[in-house]
Design a protein around this ligand. Structure first.
Ligand code: NAD
Length: 445
């Protein structure tokens, strides 16, 4: 099939590359000329495992192109995917300006029947909005269908998720559009769920809000464990063994970040409010999430305080992990930003390291009082404590004795519970984690 993808970000690029890999002819569009130039040169503008290889292969095979011209791409395509950003506005509602602009561009180029698919995460009713914008701006009465096909991929494993999604949701009242999209997705051999458009739009938000609720739930359990001297990992295992609950998303830590969960939970809160069906649970989910980093930073400050208004002045702290989660360079709503800011305000000098996100982090976290390092051992050199912010696999494999020897004071604050406390204590390091008793360093380590 001839397909066009409008918006070549994390979702658009992965979607375009995978459809091309399945044998379709795909054109990816973006308004960002630099991004398109980079892609046309054969480079990948984002870090996503397996994506650069898949893009290169399909470009070579002539199935994947990049352009800044929506009109050119739409004219050549039977199915048009909208994958532009839907960032939050200041009040927490969803900013649909990119969706609106893309819809206008599609309308301008419409000259024969098309299926317009919204893959961006959009509040319920946005499909109707897209239809209205296109109807208002098309030049003739060309027919078209608008379909909701929300995306569930996770950055860091986006190719796998796109090739093997748990389900594919197609929201439309048009039998023909549903059949055509089912045909497009059939080679993946995954469950396809056909619904009305409004239900499809809500499925995406309800899924993300439910997962966010699980995270805030286990984090609240972690707070109790800390007070009661229990181990949240053991509790999560006990809860997760119940098939009705499931073990996924029961990892206590610094809370959810990234470009999706925070904005999607906020958006659902507002949408529900606007429809007169307030979603009270989500207010608590957000409040718990917002409290995670200040609470954790306070533990660091309490342990290392020199007293005074800038209790960490003269202290050097290593920050391990900057991206919002492992296997991505995405810094949107990354917990590192808030932690670094709180520790800097308390007077600490930071030594930061991330396997891939350093360049994207620099303009966000800044370079004053932060030294960016080439690896974890360099970051902990002479530090009074190390703070683990992102659970990159390479941190799990660190040589703890080498870490201890490099530090001025061997103390780890682990915001992601990546080590068994006894292992860290056995290496002679004081260890503070989430929802588990702290461990004192073993003598003679
Ligand atoms: P992104 O910011 O990485 O990419 C969006 C791209 O759209 C940008 O490159 C931007 O320049 C381009 N764009 C904006 N307006 C345009 C226009 N009018 N025409 C052409 N291009 C335009 O965003 P993303 O992370 O890919 O997310 C896209 C959508 O998918 C959002 O609604 C998001 O909530 C949703 N989503 C994201 C993820 C994720 O993990 N990133 C997962 C599921 C769903």
């Amino acid at each position: 099939m001839n397909i066009c993808v409008i918006g070549s970000g994390y979702v658009g690029l992965v979607t375009g590359a995978v459809f091309a890999d399945m044998g379709n002819d795909v054109i990816c569009v973006d308004v960002d000329e630099n991004r398109i130039r980079t892609l046309q040169k054969g480079e990948c503008p984002i870090y996503e495992p397996r994506l650069p290889e898949m893009i290169s292969h399909n470009r070579r095979e002539g199935r994947l192109e990049f352009t800044t011209s929506t009109a050119f791409a739409v004219r050549r395509s039977e199915i048009v995917f909208i994958c532009v950003g839907t960032p939050p506005k200041e009040d927490g509602r969803t900013d649909l300006s990119q969706v609106e602009a893309a819809s206008r561009d599609i309308a301008e180029a419409l000259h024969e029947s098309k299926i317009i698919v919204t893959k961006s995460t959009v509040p319920v009713g946005t499909g109707d909005f897209v239809r209205n914008v296109i109807e208002a701006h098309r030049h003739n009465g060309t027919s078209f269908e608008v379909v909701s096909n929300p995306e569930f991929l996770r950055e860091g494993q986006a190719i796998r998720d796109t090739l093997q999604p748990d389900r594919i949701v197609i929201g439309t009242s048009s039998k023909e559009a549903a059949a055509r999209l089912s045909e497009l997705y059939r080679p993946l051999e995954r469950p396809i769920l056909i619904t009305d458009m409004h239900s499809a739009e809500i499925i995406k938000y309800a899924s993300n809000a439910f997962l966010a609720t699980k995270i805030s739930f286990i984090n609240s359990v972690a707070n109790l464990c800390e007070r009661a001297g229990a181990d949240v990992k053991a509790v999560a295992k006990g809860i997760g063994a119940d098939a009705r609950i499931g073990s996924a998303f029961l990892e206590a830590g610094l809370g959810y970040g990234g470009s999706c969960f925070p904005k999607d939970v906020d958006s659902l809160l507002h949408t529900s409010q606007d429809f007169g069906a307030p979603f009270e649970i989500l207010t608590s989910v957000t409040a718990e999430n917002d409290s995670r980093v200040p609470r954790f930073a306070q533990r660091v400050i309490d342990r290392l305080s020199n007293g005074g208004p800038r209790p960490l002045s003269g202290r050097s702290i290593a920050i391990l992990g900057l991206a919002f989660k492992p296997d991505t360079d995405d810094m949107r709503e990354a917990k590192s930003v808030e932690i670094c800011s709180l520790l800097q305000k308390a007077g600490a000098a930071l030594r930061a390291y991330d396997p891939v996100a350093v360049e994207k982090a620099k303009p966000i976290i800044g370079e004053e009082n932060v030294e960016y390092c080439r690896n974890a051992y360099e970051a902990v050199q002479g530090a009074d404590a190390a703070v683990i912010v992102t659970e990159w696999r390479e941190f799990i494999q660190l040589n703890l004795s080498r870490l201890r020897d490099a530090m001025s004071q061997p103390i780890i604050f682990d915001g992601r519970n990546i080590y068994p406390p006894e292992q860290v204590a056995a290496a002679g390091i004081e260890y503070h984690s989430i929802g588990r008793p702290s461990a004192a360093p073993k003598e003679n380590a």
